[in-house]
Design a protein around this ligand. Structure first.
Ligand code: HEM
Length: 405
């Protein structure tokens, strides 16, 4: 296989891989469940590519998501002492038990599927407003104009951010996306500081005047589920960092997929209830996050016959598991809406399972449906082979999705 011979030690970091990772991943999986990857700074990571081993790794407490463990490793590698900023250091996505447990309990209590479901009509309104803005354009880009802002505005709404602050929220969200601790001193840049002070003021206001939103629910929770101000602020950061890019990547990917799969699109549009059942197959096929569920080993861990020493980076390639024939035996490279409920790992597994999974599905379903219902003639303005993916360590967004109405 050509992909085999060309496999470099940086195999997952090349642009060819970003554009079409599946043949390379298929080859890597065929050789074993774990593969070494060289990193540009001279260090290495271990990539877990098969479904069963990935699922076991996500449930293994010796593989840590604790941000302090990750910063320690980065400090060792760069020779520069780095500490995480408080906004990042105190939220559930970046902590392990025992600190993770009460934070997770609080968010599970306040951020229920029912709360996500209640946002459905607002998501439709936001989608319609964005589509109104695009309707007059001859060749709109559905990534910049639709898939990117739709989750940011929805999550702002979820948190009770007033609409006049949404443009700032979009700007801050981009800043969060591009923030890299390895490049800076570990402190947040100006726009992230602005977000932090905006959120602190918002929390103070909701302490006095609670609304129907998630921040108010967290602030005014029963004493047993109540968080500190720093933890609530940090949870706001977790919702933004966890929810915006991931959902944008899914919305863009699902729309692009349905533009190139007219039969499946017609099937979905013919029956409203069909979306719910089809959504997991769409997520498996699109793979909105790529290779990046990152962990650090706190002791030596054996995965699929490979012993990974303590203090090493492990990347769990969700994208690879989504096409593993061990889990999806019937032609995993094909979108098959009748596939029996595909148990993909795109929302993770175990104690860090995505808190926003239901909301992500609501945003994607409503966003795609509103587009196709309002513009039944919408079509790609370029050949599908011209679509390009952005290079990102976490998500797999399209660079642009130009369409004609
Ligand atoms: C398609 C969209 C989404 C995808 C693919 C996704 C994926 C994931 C994954 C894989 C994890 C686990 C990470 C790990 O184990 O390392 C996770 C965690 C999390 N996600 Fe999502 N997510 C999405 C949307 C959202 C949304 C909309 C929100 C909230 C508004 C959200 C909030 C979170 C939070 C708070 C966590 C941390 C949970 C914990 O550590 O206990 N996500 N997400």
């Amino acid at each position: 296989m050509a992909a085999t011979r060309a496999l470099s030690k940086f195999w997952m970091l090349t642009n060819d891989f970003v554009q079409n990772p599946y043949p390379v991943l298929e080859h890597v999986r065929s050789e074993g469940p774990v593969r070494e990857l060289s990193l540009p700074d001279g260090s290495r990571a271990w990539v877990v590519t098969r479904y069963d081993e990935a699922k076991a790794a996500l449930a293994d407490p010796r593989l840590s998501r604790d941000i302090h463990v990750h910063y320690r490793l980065m400090s060792e590698r760069t020779g520069r002492a780095m500490t995480p900023p408080p906004e990042e250091a105190n939220h559930l996505a970046n902590l392990e038990p025992p600190r993770h447990t009460p934070l997770r309990r609080a968010i599970s209590f306040a951020f229920t599927p029912r709360r996500a479901e209640a946002l459905r009509p607002r998501v439709a309104e936001i989608a319609d407003e964005l589509l109104d803005g695009l309707a007059g354009q001859a060749r709109p880009d559905l990534i910049a104009g639709y898939a990117d802002p739709l989750p940011v505005i929805t999550i702002a709404e979820l948190m009770g951010v007033p609409s006049h602050a949404w443009p700032d929220f979009l700007r801050w969200s981009v800043a969060l996306r591009t923030h890299s601790p390895a490049e800076g001193s570990g402190t947040l840049d100006t726009s992230i500081r602005e977000l932090s002070s905006f959120m602190s003021a918002l929390i103070a206001e909701k302490e006095q005047r609670p609304g129907e939103d998630l921040l108010s629910a967290l602030i005014h929770a029963d004493p047993e589920h109540r968080l500190t101000r720093t933890e609530i602020l940090s949870t706001g950061f977790a919702l933004m960092t966890g929810g915006n890019d991931t959902t944008a990547s899914l919305v863009g990917g699902v729309i692009a997929t349905l533009l190139t799969h007219p039969r499946e699109r017609a099937e979905l549009l013919a029956e409203e209830g069909r979306w719910g059942k089809a959504m997991d197959e769409l997520i498996r096929y699109v793979s909105p996050i790529n290779n990046a569920l990152q962990r650090v080993t706190t002791e030596a861990v054996e995965i699929g016959g490979t012993t990974i020493p303590a203090g090493e980076a492990v990347i769990i390639s969700v994208m690879s598991t989504n096409r593993d024939t061990g889990q999806f035996p019937d032609d995993p490279d094909v979108l098959d809406l009748s596939r029996p409920k595909p148990a993909h790992l795109s929302f993770g597994f175990g104690i860090h399972y995505c808190s926003g999974a239901h909301l992500a599905k609501v945003i994607t379903e409503v966003g795609a449906r509103r587009l196709f219902e309002r513009f039944p003639g919408v079509r790609l303005a370029v050949d599908p082979s011209e679509l390009r993916y952005q290079q990102s360590p976490v998500v797999r967004p399209l660079e642009a999705l130009p369409v004609a109405w």
